[in-house]
Design a protein around this ligand. Structure first.
Ligand code: NAD
Ligand code: MN
Length: 434
């Protein structure tokens, strides 16, 4: 049987994960699940851990859910380790959103100044986890969901020197589930090809005859729901721009392609105390979810969980693990080492790309060179990420400032430096490297 460890086990997403594993038990026979959290998450861990055990007890399978604050005890002889932790919990995310917004800049979980600070807090923790894994479970696979998922995965390989890692995000899953019906197709009737970075990728779509149907989807996107995540304001892209690129950008591209309107919308919500920032709204949703999880009769994932931005989380995570375990070579969009799939970036850069997932991990599928408009963005964004990662590891203030100055959502100048300084102070407790 398989020993599975989930770090950040107190997450409200854990029931989603359990549902995915229960659904796949026949191909992925799990023996024990260890949910790891920290003292600050103890209450959440207790509630969600008991809920997780009830879900298994209601299934035909005999699986024990362990809850612990002792990460090393959990990691001993693990086969798969998933990570879904949030350093500083939602209160830290609120600061990532409110501080940049208070200076008139995008304040968002994975983009702009807030995304950079989340990387600064998270990368040292993931590297500690990797050091533990080297000692306690050197053959295990690390499946990372912790945001910023692309940078975290890149840092695991580049600085942790740990190659058995796959980074995940539910955004590509959502696109592949929502788009086919726009053109009257089923998901299995279309071939998806993704390339770029986490929260900054594009995709194209073909039918089973090899016909490019990207343009058909683009045109339909302007008549209805495009399946963008619940956490992104659905400001449409310029239709002419999408037709020109003949690629479909991910939802987060809105922050870059419609920067003016997205910022205005965010500032409006931020200034309206009855709306608040996304993290403030999520806090409310989370409190409601935990109230439900406390119900000793609840033994399945409640519908309300889909209100969070991470719907279909389990489809990506559980399918990845099942595909490694059973060498299924399934197509999954993952963050992995480029190895030439995206020739506009270096072979050792982590990219988010269509890949076949099997016993040896991810085999990225060649996407080919991008046109200058997309290539320009991509190279700026990846190199910005590399500055962020190195600054996260070294605590080099000048490099942190460089990252702020390169980031397209942070206008360079005095204010950028002030936002950086204020964020470094606000998050001091989680930034020992600075
Ligand atoms: P959360 O605030 O509920 O945090 C999850 C748990 O992590 C908490 O119980 C917390 O106590 C714990 N934690 C914090 N620091 C820890 C540490 N050092 N070791 C172990 N546990 C620790 O977060 P959430 O909203 O459930 O999200 C979890 C993570 O997953 C976040 O990083 C979020 O951005 C990410 N996420 C990613 C995607 C994606 O598409 N990639 C989607 C949804 C969520
Ligand atoms: Mn994501």
């Amino acid at each position: 049987g398989i020993k599975l460890v989930t770090i950040g086990g107190g997450s409200s997403y854990t029931p989603e994960l359990m549902e995915g594993f229960i659904k796949r038990y026949e191909e992925l026979p799990i023996r024990e699940i260890w949910l790891v959290d920290i003292e600050a998450g103890q209450d959440k861990l207790d509630i969600v851990g008991q809920m997780a055990q009830r879900m298994w007890d209601a299934s035909p399978y005999d699986v024990k859910v362990h809850m612990t604050l002792d990460r090393r005890e959990a990691l001993q002889d693990a086969d798969f380790v998933t990570t879904q932790f949030r350093v500083g919990l939602l209160d830290a995310r609120i600061k990532d959103e409110r501080i940049p917004l208070s200076y008139g800049m995008v304040g968002q979980e994975t983009n702009g100044a807030g995304g950079i600070l989340k990387a600064f807090r998270t990368i040292p923790v993931i590297l500690d986890i990797v050091e533990d894994m080297k000692q306690l479970c050197p053959d295990a696979w690390l499946v990372n969901f912790t945001n910023p998922s692309g940078m975290v995965t890149d840092a695991v390989i580049r600085y942790g020197k740990w190659d058995k890692v796959i980074g995940l995000c539910n955004v590509p899953v959502n696109a592949m589930m929502a788009e086919p019906e726009l053109i009257g197709k089923k998901p299995e009737e279309l071939i998806y090809s993704f390339a770029g970075l986490n929260h900054f990728h594009w995709h194209r779509v073909h039918d089973v005859h090899g016909q490019d149907v990207t343009r058909d989807i683009i045109d339909k996107m302007y008549d209805g729901d495009s399946g963008i995540p619940a956490n992104i304001h659905d400001m449409p892209f310029f239709q002419e721009q999408l037709q020109q690129m003949n690629l479909i950008p991910c939802g987060y591209h809105r922050y870059y392609y419609r920067a003016e309107e997205m910022l205005a919308h965010m500032l409006e919500e931020y200034r309206d105390p009855s709306v608040g920032t996304r993290a403030e709204q999520v806090k409310q949703t989370e409190a409601e979810l935990f109230e439900l999880y406390k119900d000793p009769n609840l033994d399945h994932k409640p519908e309300q969980l889909s209100k969070r931005g991470g719907a279909h989380y389990s489809d990506a995570a559980c399918e990845t693990i099942a595909s490694i375990y059973a060498n299924k070579n399934t197509h999954i969009v993952v963050s992995t080492k480029n190895n030439g799939a995206v020739p506009d970036l270096a072979p050792d850069d982590v990219v988010e790309v269509s890949a076949y997932i099997g016993a040896t991990g991810a085999k990225p599928i060649a996407f080919g060179a991008l046109a200058p408009a997309e290539k320009g963005w991509l190279q700026v964004m990846k190199n910005m990420e590399l500055c962020v990662e190195e600054a996260a590891v070294t605590g080099d203030y000048g490099l942190a400032l460089q990252a702020f100055i390169i980031n397209p959502l942070i206008p360079s100048g005095e204010t950028a430096k002030r936002v950086l300084d204020e964020l470094l102070i606000a998050h001091k407790a989680y930034l020992p490297q600075f």
